[in-house]
Ligand binder design. Structure first.
Ligand code: OOG
Ligand code: MG
Length: 253
């Protein structure tokens, strides 16, 4: 099977909300191939009329790496089909085994075409916000290798972003919690994300420029979760709470 064929299977699994067997075990593709498969699967979405809205980093914290047994930073692509409105009521039937995790989002204010450093970030990013990501591995039992998860666009499936704030707040050491109904089910610190969530932008700029991809003005970037992700069930109120930045939530049905 070639990379395009593997992408078709992964894309179809997402569309049908049906889990498939891990692909890497059978087809033994490299990490480079995995990113090519990811691009092919995004191209299928673009052919259906979806638009790229941004990027996400994965495994930027130890909590996530340990939960999933994968120990390398990864990146994936977000589209408008994945974007939820704040407080939206979402039907979980559209996914396989969705999980939520609290995140921080950044908004790009100027195209990033090259690898940039932490000191330059403010020239390219004008806002940040609390966010929630919904991840949904297309693989059975949510189990995968590094290559598998990259090919599967890093489990990307949904995200919702709270109110944008300027970059004046120091965000390298804030509490970040995931609440389900009235319970805090995960709590962490933003310092768990590469010591500073802004570092995610540095890493993304390096990876994207190497891949010849421009991070465009208006796009959003999810920095990666600071805590483990939690499986969702119907009729839950799911909320991310970031100290200083505020809250964002959605409702499941
Ligand atoms: C992969 C996606 C990881 C994060 O924030 O670390 C991720 C997964 O856990 O399925 O989104
Ligand atoms: Mg994430």
């Amino acid at each position: 099977m070639n990379n395009e064929e593997i992408a078709k299977i992964l894309d179809q699994a997402a569309k049908d909300a049906t889990a498939i067997q891990q692909m890497g075990e059978k087809h033994d593709f490299s990490l480079e191939d995995a990113y090519e498969i990811q691009r092919h699967s995004i191209n299928r979405r673009l052919d259906r009329g979806e638009k790229i809205t941004g990027f996400k980093l994965g495994f930027t914290s130890r909590a996530k790496m340990e939960q999933m047994g994968v120990h390398d930073l990864i990146w994936g692509i977000l589209t408008d089909e994945m974007e939820l409105k704040p407080q939206e009521e979402v039907n979980l039937d559209r996914w396989i085994h969705p999980r939520a995790e609290p995140e921080i989002a950044f908004r790009i204010s100027k195209d990033i075409e090259e690898s940039i450093g932490l000191k330059e970030i403010h020239k390219y990013v004008d806002a940040m916000a609390p966010a929630l990501e919904i991840i949904d591995s297309r693989y059975e039992n949510f189990k995968f290798s590094l290559e598998d998860v990259v090919a599967d666009n890093c489990s990307s499936t949904g995200y919702v972003i709270g109110d944008w704030l300027d970059l004046n707040t120091e965000i390298s050491d804030l509490d970040i919690d995931l609440r389900i109904d009235t319970h805090v089910v995960q709590s962490g610190k933003t310092s768990a994300i590469l010591n500073n969530p802004l570092q995610s932008l540095v890493e993304l700029s390096r990876l994207a420029s190497k891949a010849g991809i421009i991070i465009q003005e208006g796009q959003v970037v999810l920095a990666g979760a600071a805590t483990a992700a939690v499986y969702l069930e119907k009729n839950q109120h799911v909320e991310a709470q970031v100290e200083e930045l505020g809250n964002i939530s959605f409702q499941t049905k």
